[in-house]
Design a protein around this ligand. Structure first.
Ligand SMILES: [Zn+2]
Length: 63
């Protein structure tokens, strides 16, 4: 039984999968390694922290 069939809903947003909906499986390490199904593009992992925007070189002190 696939993770998607077992869960029936996205581990990220909680919306139910529809029949034959494409899903992705990602590992979730929660004391043990488990696999959870999510919508494509969804992830239970926190997004990578974005670096603060830096001005292009040469423009910072120009004015
Ligand atoms: Zn989702």
């Amino acid at each position: 039984m696939s993770a998607a069939k077992r869960q029936r809903s996205c581990a990220c947003c909680g919306k139910a999968f529809t029949d034959n909906e494409r899903t992705e499986v990602e590992p979730l390490i929660d004391g043990m390694i488990r696999y959870v199904a999510v919508h494509p593009g969804h992830s239970t992992h926190p997004p990578p922290r974005r670096r603060p925007a830096e001005p292009p070189p040469g423009t910072a002190e120009a004015a």
